[in-house]
Design a protein around this ligand. Structure first.
Ligand code: C2E
Ligand code: CA
Ligand code: CA
Length: 511
């Protein structure tokens, strides 16, 4: 059945789709924000590294200048140059100590004067820089030693690690900054580490000085991207949540729409899946075809042929019954108009109409269009109104029936005997035919009371000068009884079942 009740699985699928359609834009938006935050952090770490390299270059310039001044003095006795060594230490803000070297041996120091210590050029990165964890005087204070050499002559000047770690701390307030010289690196706490430079978790930038043999690494601790997003993008986050809510509502709405019976029927209507079947009505005496009732079927792409009682109630409820009936009338006219020569005029064509349809004056136009498709007088259009639903005599309804009669449209009361008709009702709507409900026909030969009701209906119709159609005629006995009692028209499986248009037209042309 195409319009079945929603199952639990369908509902959980719908909830999942609703949640997903809300989450997806939020996740996507968060991913974009996170990329944006990483870019901003990368820019910041790159800028910090550049600034640190600039500062270290300036400090090393200062240290290198001292070495350049002292190098020509190398080879002179320490007592003669001791003062010049101390003079550089006092004059230059970043220089902590100075030493003169001869033949790779320190022989004079600003701290100790005469002094002897071997120099190993291999300790110096590119022969120039050595990051040390202190010297005999200050064992735990980092030093950066600058070496200048020319033949036997040499000068060593040292840069105080305090200045270096100060730069690492002050420039990189929010950034983690490290200074690498050869195999060692210095952290902002002033400690020298003899190990490979650790990778910085977020937005790492490395920059090597173009003038001295050192590299600066800048970056952020783990979780910085999220912290940055939280502090910088709160309005954007609210916007994301808003979009998430909007998208999940849209998702929910679209699903609800596409899964609702009325949406499914709207789709079917546009796809022309509601098609007419035809059941002949025969003359009581001659058994010749006098007309046909048009019965709607749903040619469902998955469910196959669907009976009208399974979907007509939904169609009435959603208001789609009006356009569906219109489509059925148009299809019927298009199918039967070319076969009009096979009819014994006037051929009665019965169309079923619901009570709700009787408040819609457009029905008059639909009937006019239908009759206009045939040669004048070739067909009689009979609207079948079921007695099960009460038609209220509203002014608009009375106006509708008046206009229908003016057009020559006939009215039949369907399922007669089962509902609310009174004599007044029959007169008010200017009824032309009564269709006796099949439940009475089925009781022919069964019990006397039903037969009595049947006989009264037949009598009443004769008195009111109404045509009478018996529905659901299945046996010869019923057919004979009805004919003997003067019922003009018979309809039922005994003669023909409802059939598709092609079969109906084929049968018509062979009669
Ligand atoms: P209905 O108007 O009373 O139509 C007669 C029903 O009796 C049809 O069922 C027909 O197939 C069935 N029938 C005909 N001869 C026999 C018989 O000898 N024995 C038995 N047991 N049944 C017989 P169907 O086609 O399933 O239609 C059911 C109902 O759906 C119709 O009852 C009518 O109320 C409604 N319907 C069908 N088409 C339309 C339509 O286009 N518009 C509206 N509003 N209602 C429709
Ligand atoms: Ca009917
Ligand atoms: Ca009926």
């Amino acid at each position: 059945m195409p319009l079945n009740v929603k199952t639990r699985r369908k509902r959980s699928k719908r909830i999942a789709v609703t949640l997903l359609s809300g989450l997806l834009p939020m996740v996507l938006g968060a991913a974009i924000l996170s990329m944006q935050a990483e870019r901003a952090l990368k820019q910041s770490s790159g800028g910090t590294a550049e600034e640190a390299v600039r500062q270290f270059d300036l400090m090393l310039d200062n240290t290198a200048q001292a070495a350049q001044v002292l190098l020509p003095l190398s080879g002179q006795p320490c007592t003669d140059v001791k003062l010049a060594l101390r003079d550089q230490v006092t004059r230059r803000p970043f220089v902590r100590s100075t030493n003169l070297v001869w033949d790779n041996t320190i022989y004079c120091s600003s701290l100790f004067g005469d002094y002897q210590e071997k120099v190993n050029p291999g300790d110096y990165t590119q022969g120039k820089l050595w990051l040390m964890n202190g010297n005999p005087v200050t064992p735990d204070t980092a030093l950066l030693v600058y070496r200048l050499n020319d033949g036997n002559r040499g000068a060593l000047t040292t840069l105080d690690g305090y200045h270096l770690s100060n730069v690492l701390r002050l420039i990189g307030r929010k950034t983690q900054l490290l200074l690498q010289v050869g195999p060692d690196w210095l952290s902002a706490d002033g400690k020298v580490h003899e190990a490979a430079l650790p990778a910085l978790p977020v937005a790492e930038s490395k920059l090597t000085s173009s003038r001295y043999a050192f590299t600066v690494a800048a970056g952020f601790p783990a979780g910085e991207t999220w912290r940055y997003m939280r502090s910088e993008y709160p309005p954007l986050f609210s916007l994301l949540i808003f979009f998430g809510a909007v998208f999940s509502s849209i998702g929910h709405f679209l699903q609800k729409r596409s899964s609702s019976p009325s949406h499914e029927m709207q789709r079917a209507l546009e796809a022309l899946e509601f098609v007419p079947y035809f059941q002949p009505v025969v003359h009581g005496d001659t058994k010749k075809w006098s007309g046909a009732e048009v019965l709607m079927r749903w040619q469902h792409p998955k469910e196959g042929l669907v009976r009208p009682d399974l979907f007509i109630p939904f169609a009435e409820h959603s208001g789609l019954i009006v356009p569906m009936t219109r489509s059925l009338m148009r299809q019927t006219a298009a199918l039967l108009a070319p076969a009009v020569g096979s009819f014994g005029a006037p051929f009665h064509i019965g169309i079923n109409i619901t009570a709700s349809h009787c408040k819609d004056l457009e029905l008059v136009d639909d009937c006019r269009e239908f009759l206009g498709a045939f040669a004048p007088g070739a067909v009689s259009l009979v609207l079948e109104l079921t007695e099960r639903e009460l038609i209220e005599p509203l002014p608009i309804t009375l106006q509708l029936f008046e206009q229908l009669h003016a057009l020559g449209v006939l009215i039949a009361i369907d399922d007669f005997g089962t509902g609310h008709s009174s004599l007044g009702y029959l007169r008010q709507f200017n009824v032309d035919f009564l269709k006796i409900d099949q439940s009475f026909v089925a009781m022919i030969g069964a019990d006397a009371l039903s037969r009595h009701i049947l006989d009264s209906i037949i009598e009443l119709s004769a008195k009111l000068d109404l045509g009478i159609v018996a529905e659901g005629v299945e046996t010869e006995e019923q057919s004979n009884y009805l004919t003997a009692h003067g019922v003009n028209f018979l309809q039922g499986y005994l003669f023909d079942r409802p059939m598709p248009a092609a079969q109906f037209i084929n049968a018509l042309s062979h009669r």
